[in-house]
Structures are given as structure tokens and as C-alpha cells.
Design a protein around this ligand. Structure first.
Ligand SMILES: *Cc1c(COP(=O)(O)O)cnc(C)c1O
Length: 362
């Protein structure tokens, strides 16, 4: 059978070597005679994994000591509620939300339940190309409690590569489809959160990298399970964590370390995405309408100029083992999500298929 490549936006591809390891030790983890699925989160064996995962993530992103790492439930959407509850003590505090696409706007809308939300639109179009306003032109309010934005809009495939440098402003980032794809300076942020199901592992864990001074600021009505301080004090085990995803996430961290760390992965991601964008730009059938400086390295969106070929494109790509290329329903077209685990070979195979398809029907 030919090699299968999964271009799903999430849950997404995992490194093969990680899955093989999980399979190998599935029934008898670390020679304790039990599966990882069966062991208690309070056991010495699991605590070793929890500590190791924190150590490895710290190493990968050079996380300073005054930042804490939490492994929580509820996904990124859980954080759409948790962020305003934890970072604004009183209802109705003023907060800034950057709107760069579907996910950042969804976060903004959720925050309105608790805060007076300024939604700041930074999406622009010029000469038919979409782009994001540079940060110096973002109309951030001096009086707001924090600023929230999303550096990679997974659905639209639009990215912000600039790192935030706002004086005296608490900056929160939804890094669900950004984390570990490129190196960032943690100290430019106050809080970063990410669902696990894109670049980290299977679904079920939400990772938070949070500056310590943000604890003890929660609205008193915050549910305990969403409360950062309570979760920190309980070492992310206030309730039973998703032990299996946690364990696999740590294997992925180790896989990145073994592959040279985040900077090496970033180089590969740049190379992979450039190849695919180049193929799109050169063709007469495929089109991406995002300005080069804002193009996502993780989610490459494109349209077929002849829309009536969409169905055929999906059918034929599937036959070749190139799966889940359909774009999100809200924008249509195609999307190739090429997270860390997608090998260069997968991109090459996709490009080869696209050229062949264009020759045949274009
Ligand atoms: C996938 C995604 C989400 C939603 O994540 P859940 O874990 O399903 O809540 C939110 N924001 C971004 C940027 C995403 O890519």
C-alpha cells in the first residue's frame, strides 16, 4: 500500500516513531505490568512523566522560571472563558481582543460574557491580498486589562510573525496551531495557551505557559476547574488529568528535542511551506490570496480557480493517500495542514499530485 499523509487541521498527524513507541509499550508501560491507560495520576510513575514533560517543554521553548506550565482540560475554547475570568477580577473590565480571523473573533465574543470587550479588527485587503496590520498600528487601549490575539488563524491560514512588544500590557496568545512550530521569546508574552491536538499530541490537554504574577487575579465566580491558581497549586491535578495525552505529549516533546529542537523544526516548517506556496503561486489552477508575510506555515489554504473541480480534487487526492485536504466549511476551498509531524515527503507527494491534477483538468 502507498504511504498515507494526513493533512487534517486537528486532531492531526503524529510522528510515526511516537506512535510506534506507544504501541510497543501499550500493554506494559516501563515494565510495570500495566498500561499507561491504567495507571493513577497520583502514582510515582505518572508523576515522573508529568515532571519530565514540564522539563522538556521548558527546554524546548527556553521558558524562564517565573513562568509556570499548566496541563489542563477544556481545549482552547475552555480558555476563551478561562482567560477573561482569571485575568479580570471584576465583571465589565475593559479588555482588548484582536480580530484576525475566526478563532480570535470567537475568543472575543466569549469574553463579552464577562468583560467590556474592545474588538480590534486588524484584517485588511489590498490588491486582492489579505494581510494583517503591523502591531504598531493596532489600536490597543491604555486602559484595558489585557490584550488577546491569535498568531495563527488555523481556518484562514493567516499568521502574525511579529512578536508583541506593548509597554505595560498583559499579552495573551492563543497558540493552538502555533506552539512548537517556531521559536518564540516567551518573555514577550504573559500567557500562552494551546490545545494539544495540533502540534503537541492527541486531543485532551490544554497547555498554559503563564507568568507567575497572573495568579490570584481571578473573578471570584470562576469555576475552580478553570481557576489558574487552584490548578497551579494542585500541580495540574486538581481533578484527574488526561494522563494518556499527557504521556504522548511528552513523547512528542522528546521527539522534537531529538530532532534538533524548535529552531530545527522551524527551519523545516519554513522549507515545507515555501515549497507548497511556490507550487500554488506558479500554477494556473490553484490560488492563495494572502500576502506573503502573513502566510501560515502550518495551514496552507488555497482555492481551485475552477470551483467545479473541488469534488474531483478531493476524490482523487484521497485515492493517492493524501487525506483531509478539504478547507473549513466557513471559507471553503482547500487546506493542507502541515504541522511538525508532516514530513517533507508528504509535501512533495502533494505537489506532485497537484501538478498532475492540473495537467489533467486545468
Ligand atoms: C483548534 C483551535 C481552537 C479550538 O480548539 P479546541 O481545543 O477544540 O477548543 C482554538 N483556537 C485555535 C487557534 C485553534 O487552532
Amino acid at each position: 500500500m502507498h504511504e498515507i499523509y494526513n493533512f487534517s487541521a486537528g486532531p492531526s498527524m503524529l510522528p510515526k516513531s511516537v506512535m510506534k513507541k506507544v504501541k510497543k509499550e501499550f500493554l506494559n508501560w516501563s515494565n510495570i505490568g500495566m498500561s499507561m491507560l491504567e495507571i493513577s495520576h497520583r502514582s510515582v510513575d505518572f508523576i515522573k512523566i508529568a515532571e519530565s514533560s514540564e522539563k522538556n517543554l521548558r527546554k524546548l521553548l527556553l521558558i524562564p522560571r517565573n513562568y509556570k506550565i499548566l496541563f489542563l482540560h477544556g481545549g482552547a475554547r475552555g480558555q476563551f472563558s478561562a482567560v477573561p475570568m482569571n485575568l479580570s477580577k471584576n465583571f465589565g473590565e475593559e479588555v482588548d481582543y484582536i480580530n484576525s480571523g475566526y478563532w480570535s473573533l470567537s475568543a472575543a465574543i466569549e469574553s463579552k460574557k464577562y468583560c467590556k470587550t474592545n474588538i480590534i479588527n486588524v484584517k485588511k485587503i489590498k490588491n486582492n491580498k489579505k494581510y494583517i496590520l503591523p502591531m504598531k498600528n493596532w489600536k490597543v487601549k491604555k486602559t484595558s486589562s489585557y490584550l488577546h490575539y491569535c498568531p495563527n488563524e488555523t481556518i484562514e491560514g493567516i499568521s502574525i510573525y511579529e512578536e508583541p512588544k506593548f509597554k505595560k500590557k498583559v499579552v495573551v496568545g492563543d497558540f493552538s496551531s502555533t506552539i512548537l512550530s517556531r521559536f518564540i521569546k516567551i518573555k514577550n508574552y504573559d500567557l500562552i495557551y494551546a490545545g494539544s491536538q495540533k502540534n503537541i499530541g492527541p486531543p485532551g490537554i490544554t497547555i498554559l505557559i503563564i507568568k507567575k504574577n497572573l495568579f490570584y487575579k481571578a473573578n471570584k465566580y470562576t469555576p475552580s476547574i478553570l481557576n489558574y491558581t487552584i490548578n497551579y497549586k494542585n500541580k495540574s491535578m486538581f481533578n484527574t488529568p488526561n494522563t494518556f495525552t499527557w504521556y504522548i505529549s511528552n513523547l512528542v516533546f522528546k521527539w522534537i528535542l531529538k530532532n534538533g529542537g524548535v529552531k530545527c523544526i522551524e527551519e523545516k516548517n519554513i522549507k515545507k511551506s515555501k515549497l507548497l506556496y511556490r507550487a500554488i503561486d506558479k500554477s494556473n489552477l490553484y490560488k492563495n490570496n494572502i500576502k506573503i508575510t502573513n502566510r501560515s506555515q502550518m495551514n496552507i489554504t488555497f482555492n481551485l480557480i475552477n470551483k467545479s473541480l473541488n469534488k474531483k480534487f478531493l476524490e482523487e487526492s484521497k485515492k493517492e493517500g493524501l487525506l483531509n485536504l478539504k478547507g473549513h466549511n466557513i471559507i471553503g476551498g482547500m487546506r493542507a495542514s502541515i504541522y511538525n509531524a508532516m514530513p517533507l515527503k508528504g509535501i512533495q507527494k502533494l505537489i506532485k499530485f497537484m501538478l498532475k491534477f492540473e495537467k489533467k483538468y486545468g
